[in-house]
Design a protein around this ligand. Structure first.
Ligand code: C2E
Ligand code: C2E
Ligand code: C2E
Length: 92
């Protein structure tokens, strides 16, 4: 897309996230719960997160943002559109 096009949003599917085994998803589950608590946003089925938060999560998971994104897509927690958000970010 062109430079004027906003990057796609990173939208976590919280229902799917709750179904991923905690030995895989635990850090992300705790991170998302913290954001919900900071916002007072408890009732959503989805949670929009910051691009920067994916970078932080990549450090926590010791993976590159794009590899982590592939895992989250395979778990059904992010949709495939998120790939473009990460690619745009890593070009910067
Ligand atoms: P903050 O970063 O100082 O943001 C203060 C308020 O500005 C937020 O209150 C929200 O109303 C607004 N705001 C800041 N950035 C954005 C944004 O990208 N989009 C929208 N729609 N609004 C934005 P809120 O939501 O009650 O959050 C309170 C504090 O909780 C934030 O203070 C921040 O420290 C933390 N927080 C909330 N959500 C996130 C998140 O997704 N990631 C991170 N890293 N921190 C978050
Ligand atoms: P959208 O961003 O496409 O979000 C569609 C719906 O997904 C939202 O409907 C809401 O039900 C859900 N959703 C997305 N992110 C979150 C989240 O972090 N927490 C929760 N609890 N739900 C989420 P809603 O609320 O009726 O908003 C409709 C549209 O209004 C949004 O479409 C967006 O275009 C705009 N909007 C709402 N809140 C914000 C905001 O904080 N910042 C910006 N820039 N737009 C917003
Ligand atoms: P959004 O609200 O549509 O914001 C889109 C982008 O605009 C954000 O991408 C950020 O780059 C910029 N932006 C919006 N509001 C602010 C602000 O108050 N301060 C700053 N410094 N930048 C702002 P980003 O950071 O990737 O966030 C993506 C989405 O995550 C936001 O979409 C919003 O739905 C959610 N989000 C992020 N931080 C917060 C927050 O603190 N509170 C809430 N309620 N939602 C947040």
């Amino acid at each position: 897309g062109g430079a004027a096009e906003p990057p796609p949003k990173l939208v976590l599917d919280l229902e799917r996230l709750s179904q991923v085994p905690p030995e895989k998803a635990g850090p992300l589950q705790r991170y998302a719960a913290t954001i919900q608590s900071q916002r007072g946003d408890y009732n959503g089925k989805v949670l929009s997160i910051r691009q920067d938060d994916l970078r932080t999560l990549a450090v926590i998971y010791d993976q590159s943002p794009s590899v982590l994104t592939e895992h989250l897509i395979s778990w059904g927690v992010l949709d495939a559109d998120a790939r473009r958000a990460v690619q745009q970010h890593e070009e910067n």
